[in-house]
Design a protein around this ligand. Sequence first.
Ligand code: PHE
Length: 459
Amino acid sequence: MVEFSAIEKDEWVLTPEGTEIAKLGSHEARVFDAIPEGSEGISISDLAAKLGPSAKIGQGKAFQNKWVSKQGDKLVRMVPSITDTTKIQILEIQKNKTHEDPSVLKDLKRRKLIDKVKVLSYSAKKGVNFSTVIEKQETDLTVEMLQSGSWKTEKFKEYNFDAAGLPTKGGYLHPLLKVREEFQQIFFDMGFEEMPTYHYVDSSFWNFDALFIPQQHPARDLQDTFFIKDPAKAEELPECYKAVQKIHESGGFGSIGYRHKWSYEEAQKLVLRTHTTAVTGYVLYHLAQKLKPNPFKPIKMFSIDRVFRNESVDATHLAEFHQVEGIIADKDINLGSLISFMDTFFGKMGIKNLQFKPTYNPYTEPSMEIFSWHEGFGKWVEIGNSGLFRPELLRPLGVDPGVRVMGFGLSLERPTMIKYGIDNIRALVGHKVDLNMVERNPMCRLEKESSSRAFQHDF
Ligand code: PHE
């Protein structure tokens, strides 16, 4: 629209001394003017008193120009009148910013009366596309343009490869991660260590057999568990499988076992773990191995990670979710310790008045479901499952006979959905998750209690 160019030009400007001369005349002219007409003249000291510094600076040039001469100790005029060429030149430069005679410029510059400066100015004039209306240029080639052929005449905006682009946004934590961090913090506050839950695939042995879940248990059906096709089997089972086999087939440690034939191949089958208790059994076994020959050390451990179940998917169930699991191993643990611990643990999240209901898990006895009163729903809702691990689980894994282990598990999704008011699991996990929800949702702050009701057990 506009043709535009920069013009760089040298210009001459007056120095402060030059400006003074433009106003008052050159020093030599001022000397001439200060001398009265006639032969009487003026003494040098009177001249200096009258003119100040100009008297001294102007004399030489006034002599040189033969304007004045010295008679006795007086200065007198030699000509009736003078032309102050310096002032004329200076005025011309002040007006025109230059002078046609380069030697004048050179001379005045040497005398520090003028100075050269560079001046940048711009020329702007109407270009070939000049217009007083702004036509919006197209920024995208659309299907419609291709179909109508209008792309041929459309004016497209040029790419600006130097554009800085939109500022990138920072990452945002998913609500599940925020709640997970809160749980982690509660566990750490209570002195728990985190278990290594980094693999999703585990053997049936760790997921079921080591936990005294019989090989015919319905949970091991295809309908409930995802089995891995390739590879389908774990290479070999740990040494403790023999003790596990024995407890299943013929019992021990006061148990009569399941009295069925236990299959090694069945235990080798790889599955997507259905609960984090698979890792808990593994951790207990390796801890017992490490502690040998010293058989005992109290421990508190937790895990929060993903598990998978072959369930029909609906508004509150997905084929995968996260479990929060904790175990405490010590001497003298009993049902009271478990109830007291649960009160403290859930109390740290602001959940009080728990109710416990007896339930059945193959690996815990006694077992209890944990319920909490939900104000919104106006009913008791199940928030967790817990129990004391059976000797049929502990002893084959090498845990010392005097040690009892209590454990509990809950889902991470349920408290997250309650906390963030999400009623459909698909809004929280999967391809329908609204990224704006992730970006906007606030930080998670479970109402943690101070340690006033500290854990009763003195480990
Ligand atoms: N594994 C149990 C579940 O999946 C939770 C649990 C863990 C129960 C430890 C008792 C002890 O629900």
